[in-house]
Design a protein around this ligand. Sequence first.
Ligand code: GAR
Length: 201
Amino acid sequence: MKRIAVLLSGRGSNLEAIAESVQSGRIPDAEIAIVVSNRENAPGLEKARPRGLEAVVIPSKGRQREEYDREVVALLEAKKVDLVCLAGFMRLLSPYFVERFRNRILNIHPALLPAFAGLEAQRQAVEWGVKYSGCTVHFVDENLDAGPIIVQAVVPVHDDDTEETLAARILREEHRIYTEAINLVLSGKFRIEGRRVIRTG
Ligand code: GAR
């Protein structure tokens, strides 16, 4: 049984999607071992607890990055976590954290990386005028939204889209591809060549 940690800061819809995939067997032989929020009032916490998932707050405000990450890593190691899924976790990870879980940390980003990294990716896409955007699940490395790409999905951007309507269209795809990416990584049927994640199974 593989043990997944989900780290979040906000709403928690990706957490819900992952939890449903685990529960329904779409992510087989896995469980969510722990949910961690860096914000006390993250609505995602209240999505976790009714499902019987252990959800803890480790407040990050005012903490130095690596000192904070050491506390999170210690918890994840105590919980014997195999895979860390960032799901709207709005913090850059320290090299210490990345090294401890090298190629075992995934992030979801609401744009087709390397376009529109950073905050408010959906707004960036609308303002830039792109005709297509989407979402990306990638391995986390020391840089922001930068590690090898595992899965992407494309959505059209319509002329009358707002940041909100585009975000909603992208979010449906996020929920689908996060499960796909987790399955690929947990299956081990891939190799990483440079920046490329290549399926082997
Ligand atoms: C998602 O759209 C996710 O892609 C984005 O935050 C949202 C979290 O929603 N993440 C980033 O922008 C990371 N740079 P959720 O809390 O409902 O899963």
